[in-house]
Write a protein that binds this ligand. Sequence first.
Ligand code: GTP
Ligand code: MG
Length: 282
Amino acid sequence: MEKDTIEEANNNLENGQSKAQQEEGVYLASETENPENKNKETQDTNENEDQNDINYKNLLNYDPKMKIEILDNKIGDKYDINFKIIVIGNSGVGKSSLTIKATTGIFKEEFSSTLGFQFFSFHVKINDKVIKLQIWDTCGQEIYRSLITNFYRSSALALICYSVNDIKSFEEIEIWLKQVKMNSDPDCKVFLIANKIDLPDRVVTTEKGIEYKKEHDFECYMETSAKTGVNVKELFVNCALALYKELPKYIKEREILENERKHNQFNLNDEGIKPEESDCAC
Ligand code: GTP
Ligand code: MG
């Protein structure tokens, strides 16, 4: 190979991750793996956001004019709109760890497999709208797979997770994707999440992950570590941002449903019979 070509190839290799990062929907963590750098990076580029402690470069279609605030979960039911998010993928890939880290800041080394599913909530304020993510963390064990298909319904977004040191969890994404297509609403968005990037024995490369994302048209590919916290809050803020884009559509749909519900309530008595159909003489 010519000297220039080798240099160019080396440069490309060095810049590879940041170039890929610029591609739509690909959010790597190489430059921010150290939480100290994470803060350093945000200092130069953003004005409104120190309290969130996140890397704004890794946010989906981030516009610096946007105000983003991660809210305390104690906010409870004071939100404008809520969305159901389902977290799926093989057992042990770190679904619960990611969810628990994002919502409580805690990471546990010991493995305790989820039984069935568990709920968490994560609130993000984007501009003037408070979005509640109702996160359904499911069990990845094979014996429960058919059981959890009932939970997919009315999910606005599915997070399909794999672990970068577990090739089987990557190969079986296909199964999870099929489950989403078969059991979710057609407009359910899907993110591909490559977790455990802190581990040294990585077998699924970034390139493979990005390729898979492109081939199967995922909305977004993110590399995360529930252990170090890299890209964890960013992941859930990105869920809120992806859904925020569709807010007018969702608000309209919910208004229609609410109006239908009120209309039916008005027209039906307690037995579900329209007043004119009932035997009551009054
Ligand atoms: P199921 O509930 O059985 O479906 O598994 P899960 O996907 O919820 O996995 P869980 O979050 O329970 O994590 C499994 C194991 O991986 C635990 O021992 C975690 O400590 C560990 N783990 C999770 N995420 C990470 C990570 O990012 N890095 C490292 N090093 N370990 C992780
Ligand atoms: Mg779990």
